[in-house]
Ligand binder design. Structure first.
Ligand code: C2O
Ligand code: CU
Ligand code: CU
Length: 478
């Protein structure tokens, strides 16, 4: 399939912006259909390290078709990394040398993109380096010191990322630091990925030109099944007084989560590129596509009580394709208090780690990037074109302007950046980010330093449907 053929459809989608008449059955979140599993949350398995040498992590990942019960009692034809959804977690330490023996047992090309990692461009698993069906490929890279945090991996083949992720290909990455400032405490990796299945269990991909296909293409594909580590409504158990560290990844194609935990606040300690300088108390956290968050949950509830983690209504949509039930909270998991006696309290440090300042007076250029519906700077992705270029080791400012009436989460490969301001309002805290949501008609500025790794890097909207249809560009660092 050529991008042009999709663009024919995309044009319909662009023109639909003026007229509020996109037909289409809206997706209803019918909780009764979901038959929640309500089991204990089982975080994905960790990839087994095949090496016994120090500071070497050697693992095998195979992408292959599988049949799994995504929804209890119904088997689905899926794609899976090492037979499981989500894929097994890659756990490494700062400074480790990582070797990943990857095998593509799918009948279509794929890649594995290490989202957020600062590694050489040829190891990035971008669309420039597809792995053909049946082929093997070793990804080899070193984990940069200072990058401890939560990341994830997913396919990134040209025009097929959304399809392959929806079929089940996504997994977590945890990078640990030798000098983690947080005390040891129970940890949960929580990967959020909604999906939509047909009655027979198959993953629902409507025809491009069908009413739902048009809605999916414009909104990005959302589903009524709110998978949490591949489970529906799982339970996390906590003791009164206990503190838990939750790492949350938004692996959804299009859904933005506005996370809130009943009767609790979050003590947010980190984001995409790792820990903050200081913990921040938050009532709710907005988590756009591909973003990660780390927060502490403090067991302040009563023994035996239950609090739900929910996503609250968040209007990222254009009016004509906004789902009818967008303004209802949706339950994700339950936090259940055991009746055990209270845990002994741990002390949370008020300073976590320093984050170096990227000095705006050192910036040598400002890149202006305009996001319109399906386009970046008025153009669709073309792999043979370099859209932006920058000298290696330069510091630059990016100004991302969203000129349309729906949110676009903007992602840059390879380099963590710091947000300077949103709509001219200076960002309060310094944080390492690789994705920033740019709400409708807003402008975000960030600063980035290309301190290493010349090559071709992607930047794109992380609504996977938008990315696949060409809302992506190429940055050359040389
Ligand atoms: Cu998470 Cu270019 O992607
Ligand atoms: Cu990425
Ligand atoms: Cu977008």
């Amino acid at each position: 399939m050529k991008r042009g053929t999709v663009f024919g459809v995309a044009l319909g989608w662009l023109s639909s912006f003026g007229v509020a008449t996109v037909p289409g059955k809206q997706i209803q979140l019918n909780r009764a259909d979901v038959s929640p599993t309500r089991g204990a949350l089982a975080s994905p398995r960790t990839l087994r390290n095949l090496s016994s040498r120090p500071h070497i992590v050697e693992v095998s990942i195979t992408a292959a078709p599988a049949r799994l019960p995504l929804r209890p009692g119904v088997m689905s034809d899926v794609f899976a990394y090492n037979g499981q959804i989500p894929g097994p977690t890659l756990e490494v330490r700062e400074g480790d040398s990582v070797i990943i023996h990857f095998q593509n047992k799918l009948s279509e090309p794929t890649t594995v993109h290490w989202h957020g990692l600062h590694i050489p461009a040829v190891q990035d698993g971008s669309p420039f380096n597809p792995i053909a069906p049946g082929e093997k490929h070793d990804y080899v890279f070193t984990i940069t010191p200072g990058t401890a945090g939560t990341y994830w991996y997913h396919p990134h083949p040209d025009m097929r990322s959304g399809y392959q992720v929806a079929k089940g290909l996504y997994g977590g990455i945890i990078i640990r630091a030798a000098d983690d400032p947080l005390p040891t405490m129970p940890e949960k990796l929580i990967i959020l990925a909604d999906n939509r299945l047909l009655k027979d269990g198959s993953v629902d991909f409507p025809a491009l030109r069908s009413p739902q296909g048009i809605v999916d293409e414009e909104n990005g594909r959302e589903g009524d099944l709110m998978f949490v580590d591949g489970q529906l409504m799982p339970t996390i158990t906590i003791r009164r007084g206990e503190v838990q560290r939750w790492r949350v990844i938004n692996a959804s194609a299009a859904r933005i989560y506005r996370l809130a935990l009943q009767d609790h606040t979050f003590l947010q300690v980190g984001t995409d590129g790792g820990l903050f300088e200081h913990p921040v108390e938050e009532k709710e956290i907005l988590l756009a596509n591909s973003e990660r968050v780390e927060f502490l949950v403090r067991g302040t509830g009563q023994p035996g009580s239950v609090s739900l983690l929910q996503t609250l209504p968040y209007d990222r949509y254009a009016p004509q394709t906004r789902p009818a039930d967008w303004n209802h909270p949706v339950d994700l998991l339950s936090l259940k208090y055991s009746t055990e006696s209270a845990a002994t309290p741990v002390t949370i440090p008020t300073t976590l780690r320093p984050i170096p300042v990227l000095d705006t007076t050192k910036a040598t250029a400002t890149k202006v990037v305009t996001l319109s519906q399906g386009l970046i700077n008025g153009r669709m992705m073309d792999m043979s074109r370099v859209d932006l270029s920058a000298p290696l080791s330069a510091t630059e400012i990016w100004e991302i302007e969203n000129v349309v009436g729906m949110d676009h989460p903007f992602h840059l490969h390879g380099f963590q950046f710091q947000i300077l301001d949103r709509n001219g309002v200076p960002e309060k805290d310094r944080r390492w980010k690789d994705t920033v949501n740019v709400p409708k008609h807003e402008t975000v500025r960030f600063i980035v330093r290309y301190n290493d790794f010349a090559g071709l890097w992607m930047f794109h909207c992380h609504i996977l449907d938008h990315e696949d249809h060409g809302m992506m560009g190429v940055l050359q660092v040389k």
